[in-house]
Write a protein of this length. Sequence first.
Length: 337
Amino acid sequence: MAGATLRDVAKRAGVSIRTVSNVVNASVPVSEELRTRVEAALEELDYRPNLVARNLRRGRTGMLALVVPELDVPYFAELAREVITAARAHGYVVMLDQTDGDGDRERELLGRDSRATMFDGLLLSPLSISADELRERANRVPVVLLGEHIFNGDFHHVAIDNVAAAREATNHLVALGRRRIAAIGDQPYSTGETAQLRTIGYRQALERAGLPVDESLVVPTPRFHRHLGARAMEQLLALPEPPDAVFCYNDLLAIGAMHAVARAGLRVPEDVAVIGVDGIQEGEYSSPTLTTIAPDKAHIAGLAVRTLAGIIEGTAPSPSEARAPYRLLIRGSTVAE
């Protein structure tokens, strides 16, 4: 409906105008059930608030920044789409930027005063900045952290449970009868916490299954890219006793690993079963299709945007570690289609 008003949305959702205003402006917390109804009505009626007038009254820009390490990594591209959708429902426009994992760029963004930026709040997936450096940016631009790093409840942070996700991925391979299960993607340096957590989950699954942890089967990679997955898989296949399954710490590593297996004249999953993490669309069209642990990106984006809007409005609760759901998608790379 062109030119839909708050009254139109309230009527469609069966709520008061004040409730619609609270959802649109993120000014007062409302129940998840009411929020869902209002957001559905906003979408159906294509409601567009007068952002310029509203933001001028508040001294704000009406913009959020989403900053990730690499925009050409499919997981971040898909997450960005969900963030833009969630932000639109709250009346915000999203700016995108990437850091390439550069600590100076992350510190620069976090060190800005909110009055001197082009955006009202920041959604950041950090790679290089430390928790101590984050604490030093008190009273700066409002921020919600996405994935990566361990922050122990000091900041608003949305991520999946990486230990549990890695354990479930490895358990799936164990349940298939695989016994030499490798891992690709460990990052033992100080900013590789996500990879380290996935290594913990991998080791836990093997130990609970009574299988030995063979250190030669754990191959680190500096980043989670396709060519690094292929290179790691080549290293594993050159072992005197190659693995019969591989847990890759993201889907790009897994796709690279499958390429290396095929190039070696072997078959996935018959000779080597492969599983990844991220649930990217590319995995649905790989050959074979990729079994993966798929985080709920829409949930991550929605929760992160709502939290950031609440911080901006001064209604957010104390900082917390929010766990997003994920699911195991079993496809052809572990169970022959």
